[in-house]
Design a protein around this ligand. Sequence first.
Ligand SMILES: CC(C)(COP(=O)(O)OP(=O)(O)OC[C@H]1O[C@@H](n2cnc3c(N)ncnc32)[C@H](O)[C@@H]1OP(=O)(O)O)[C@@H](O)C(=O)NCCC(=O)NCCSC(=O)C[C@H](O)C(=O)O
Ligand SMILES: [Mg+2]
Length: 284
Amino acid sequence: MTVQPFRSVLYIPGSKVRAIDKAKSLPVDAIIFDLEDAVSPEEKESARETLASALAEGGFGHRFTIVRINGLDTIWGTADARAVADMACDAVLLPKVEGPEQIDRLAGLIGTDRAIWAMMETPLGMLEARTIAAHRQLGGMVMGTNDLVKELNGRATPDRVAVMTGLGHCVIAAKAHGKVIVDGVYNAFKDEAGLAAECRQGRDMGFDGKTLIHPAQIDTANAEFGPSEDEIDLARRQIAAYEAAQADGQGVAVVDGKIVENLHVDTARRILAQAEAIGQIAAE
Ligand SMILES: CC(C)(COP(=O)(O)OP(=O)(O)OC[C@H]1O[C@@H](n2cnc3c(N)ncnc32)[C@H](O)[C@@H]1OP(=O)(O)O)[C@@H](O)C(=O)NCCC(=O)NCCSC(=O)C[C@H](O)C(=O)O
Ligand SMILES: [Mg+2]
């Protein structure tokens, strides 16, 4: 079982050369190089060129590289898509996706080989999560909780009640189709405790990781979305107990007073595979 980690997914404005360079040494699993909201209209074209050179130069190692382009209905979108078709990145992220036809339209510009990721951040996007997740070229989904709160005219509260239905719906859609899904950003980038609590909520819901806006958020996301020592220890003991029970002709084992069935063993194996993948990254 191979499990590529997406615990920490850092946005970097495509216009910020120093930040792009810094990313080569940051312990992130993935990077979103942004051409959309983090780049001013005056810098859109130069950011495209900056990014193309940085990606051509390389040096991002194991980090999964994603470029977020502007929407195809904006004045920059088509030129972004044409430029990104030649960029050395792993995936292209399209903002405000509201249906599979938008993915088809982007595929018409960049080809069908490159993975397309979708920003999930509008009410219509939430309703269409199922058809978007099912698209053959879709690699992953990224929650855009700032836009979603805005579009709902809700309020950004610590319990995230305004976006909770959408978050759960998108997790279900992504998992139904075996796609990666990462949670939205935590805006207060100096509030470590608040970030940790929101990461735990996202992890409990089934998100694979969290999008981040500042390097100071990386360690928290990696810790909260990676398996803990206790989880790894329990996974090992569950597998051992289940294998022993099977050898004894039993279908169920008991560990720490709780039953262990084949489905729990699947989860345990996934935890160990993720821990191994993370260990390999750390050893690089
Ligand atoms: C939020 C920031 C504007 C803060 O920037 P700054 O004041 O420069 O931070 P620091 O001085 O603390 O920076 C310290 C060093 O870290 C580097 N840095 C900062 N941010 C990043 C980053 N994102 N990636 C890599 N490196 C970064 C600085 O260059 C400093 O380095 P050094 O000089 O070598 O010490 C800034 O963090 C920022 O611009 N963040 C990204 C904002 C962004 O991308 N926003 C758009 C995505 S969020 C979104 O759109 C969500 C979604 O669509 C939705 O709807 O919810
Ligand atoms: Mg957004």
